[in-house]
Design a protein. Structure first.
Length: 332
């Protein structure tokens, strides 16, 4: 990515592994390599989609940025400050500027609290609003902004549909005036028609408020509409990054090509001659040697089985594949 542009979030060398503990003494016997050497940038007002199959580590990356998980290594620069080095007081203040919307709005909302109180909770915590009356007015405005009736603020979560509950979660995130919102599979549990409505809402809010999004998803079909940049993740590592148009028009990595070919289409010719991905995803607790993708790659070479390919720059992005080196890239 270009170094000349302004950067809101820069993630460098992020590593989050989970220990596997066994026995009465809970000794560490191995590690689940959820995220390894993850690097990307997000500019103000930009959406980066982090995509990959379930279990690839993309949600771990989102949670690690907010330190809901504890990374072992790396740097997460947000507005020029490393979130991984902040103490608890500083981290709490920084979290006002970064919010997260989870996949399941049922689990995200407290069934015992009225919607009014759940949206106002963050405002009260961060001192937003002059008094309770002012915060109530802001709650009403936020509900209307996410296309819900302001008079519904005294209802409880179970009185809303799934799509409406996700709109409430969006309103709650907006209440503390963030600059970056992490959307962790935030439309995947919704019907297709409701997905489209939520995506339209997110795009409108981005245009209106200048928000940035880290959009975590396994569904590439929604990426092209919302994201300007795409980072493709496989078994804990980023395998390709670049502008959305470049990724969709000329994917470089065999895994990216296979993901795109799997998107349903009424045009059989769109799949082209892309060979299918073989087998199942290996366990992140015992990833293959060399290139992690070599056990499933349709164009695997001998060196892929023993050597780990570096991330090399390509036109409009980067790719972690020896074929990219052959094509003229150089290791980063």
């Amino acid at each position: 990515m270009s170094k000349a542009r302004e950067t809101l979030l820069r993630v460098s060398g992020l590593q989050t592994w989970y220990p596997i503990k066994q026995g009465l003494m809970r000794h560490t016997t191995g590690w689940i390599q959820a995220a390894t050497d993850v690097c990307f940038e997000i500019a103000p007002g930009e959406t980066l989609a982090l995509v990959g199959e379930s279990g690839c580590g993309k949600s771990t990356v989102g949670r690690s940025i907010l330190r809901l998980e504890s990374p072992q290594k790396g740097e997460v620069l947000f507005e020029g400050r490393d979130l991984l080095s902040l103490d608890s007081t500083e981290l709490r203040a920084a979290r006002q500027r970064i919010q997260i919307i989870f996949q399941d709005p049922n689990a995200s909302l407290d069934p015992r609290m009225r919607i009014r109180d759940q949206i106002a909770e963050g405002m009260q915590s961060f001192g937003i609003g002059e008094n309770e009356s002012d915060r109530t007015d802001r709650v009403a405005s936020l509900l209307e902004r996410v296309q819900l009736d302001a008079t519904s603020m005294d209802r409880y979560p179970h009185e809303f549909s799934g799509g409406q509950r996700q709109r409430i979660c969006i309103a709650r995130a907006l209440a503390v005036e963030p600059r970056l919102i992490i959307c962790d599979e935030s439309v995947s549990a919704l019907d297709v028609s409701i997905q489209a409505q939520i995506l339209n809402l997110l795009r409108e809010l981005q245009d209106e408020l200048g928000l940035s999004y880290l959009f975590i998803t396994h569904d590439l079909s929604v990426v092209k509409y919302l994201a300007q940049q795409v980072a493709v993740m496989y078994l804990g590592k980023l395998v390709e990054q670049g502008a959305t148009t470049r990724i969709f028009d000329s994917p470089e990595h065999p895994y990216t090509r296979a993901l795109l070919a799997a998107i349903p289409s009424i045009d059989p010719a769109r799949r082209g001659d892309v060979p299918p991905v073989l087998g199942d995803v290996p366990s992140p607790s015992d990833p293959p040697p060399g290139c992690h993708f070599h056990t499933r790659c349709p164009v695997v070479m001998d060196r892929c089985r023993s050597d780990s390919p570096p991330l090399v720059p390509i036109s409009g992005g980067s790719s972690r594949c020896f074929l990219s080196e052959v094509a003229g890239g150089s290791p980063t």
